[in-house]
Design a protein around this ligand. Structure first.
Ligand code: CA
Length: 359
């Protein structure tokens, strides 16, 4: 509005001067400045996740020379952390940064777009998104909610969790009081664990007091910030339940469609950039935190045996079967996901696996 009036007010002399007569139509074509608000599921200042969302907003402003600016709100600042989906879906805000598996209550199929137990790793799920049907299916699943999804980060392989009891056989899960949300929680419940879903703020004290025997969280970087190394003895690998959790940018469909094609391209490009820079940051910060934990020497590292993992995989298959039986869309997504994984597996076995086993 202001800009149009400014140009109108310039008068004939300025326009006929040449430069403005050439530039003005471009200004009109690109339209007014657009201001968006973004909500996230992360705590204020949370490294990698919240800082990544803020980096995305800065990048969009830079790529569009300020024509699209995004004000970022952490979880609880505008809407609760688990209110992101509804806020963007209803158009209260234009976009959000979160994880699709939080929305299993809205759509069972959403979980496949973050991770499933024994699913794809980060590079596998990115290949599914960009070079398979992953993103197309994700768009299809989110369309009824007025949402446009974009992959926007990945944690990489998570850790298996913190335990105050050793897990030597699958039977050691019996009666184990563990915090583990989502499909992973359903799997260990089948193995006999007493699964609880405590909020983040209560996990530390519960482990300390013995109300919990175990918890999973993310990886060394975020786990150390929670202080779990002070209250748990054993740190288990691998995070079989989250082998590469993808994060999401969700955009209100109407807000996205109202953007000019160049602004849309800037949003998509910044999301793809965040997808790679966030994964890179997770890799580096987890490695640094692991080195720190080892240097402190207080935590005992353990890995789940092959036998335990095989049994957890069998229980995961049961859990997934139960999930997809409830929802034909989840069934369709799982079928495509599985076909893609089966395509990748033999390649991963002679490339990555052989390489890692040799070093
Ligand atoms: Ca986790």
């Amino acid at each position: 509005m202001e800009r149009r009036e400014f140009i109108k007010g310039l008068g004939v002399a300025a326009v006929t001067a040449g430069v403005l007569a050439f530039e003005a139509p471009a200004v009109w074509a690109k339209g007014e400045k657009v201001m968006w608000r973004m909500v996230t599921s992360w705590t204020p200042g949370m490294p990698i996740l919240q800082t990544g969302a803020e980096r995305f907003a800065k990048r969009v402003a830079q790529l569009t020379e300020g024509r699209l600016t995004i004000q970022v709100f952490a979880g609880g600042e505008l809407v609760p952390p688990m209110g992101v989906f509804d806020a963007v879906s209803q158009g209260t805000v234009q976009c959000g940064h979160s994880a699709a598996y939080y929305w299993a209550g809205k759509s069972i199929a959403a979980q496949w777009f973050t991770t499933i137990p024994f699913g794809l790793n980060a590079q596998g799920i990115n290949a599914w998104f960009y070079n398979g049907n992953g993103l197309k299916l994700w768009e299809e699943v989110y369309a009824p909610f007025n949402l446009v999804p974009r992959p926007a980060g990945n944690t990489g392989v998570q850790m298996g969790g913190w335990f105050n009891k050793e897990i030597k056989t699958i039977d050691d899960f019996k009666g184990l009081k563990m915090r583990m949300p989502g499909l992973g929680g359903k799997v260990i419940a089948k193995a006999g664990a007493a699964v609880t879903l405590l909020p983040a703020g209560e996990i530390y004290t519960s482990l300390e007091k013995g109300v919990l025997d175990a918890t999973e969280w993310v990886g060394p970087c975020h786990d150390m910030r929670m202080g779990f190394q002070k209250v748990a003895k054993f740190y288990y690998a691998p995070g079989w339940h989250e082998p590469g959790s993808a994060l999401e940018l969700i955009i209100n469909k109407k807000a996205y469609e109202e953007l000019s094609s160049d602004l849309k391209a800037a949003v998509d490009a910044a999301a793809a950039e965040l997808n790679i820079t966030m994964l890179s940051e997770f890799e580096k910060e987890n490695a640094a935190a692991l080195a720190q934990l080892k240097k402190e020497g207080k935590v005992q590292f353990r890995t789940f045996s092959k036998e335990i993992l095989t049994k957890l995989k069998a229980l995961s298959d049961e859990v997934i079967k139960e999930q997809i039986e409830k929802d034909p869309i989840a069934q369709k997504v799982h079928k495509d996901f599985t076909e893609f994984k089966n395509l990748l597996n033999p390649w991963a076995a002679i490339s990555e696996k052989e390489y890692y086993e040799g070093i």
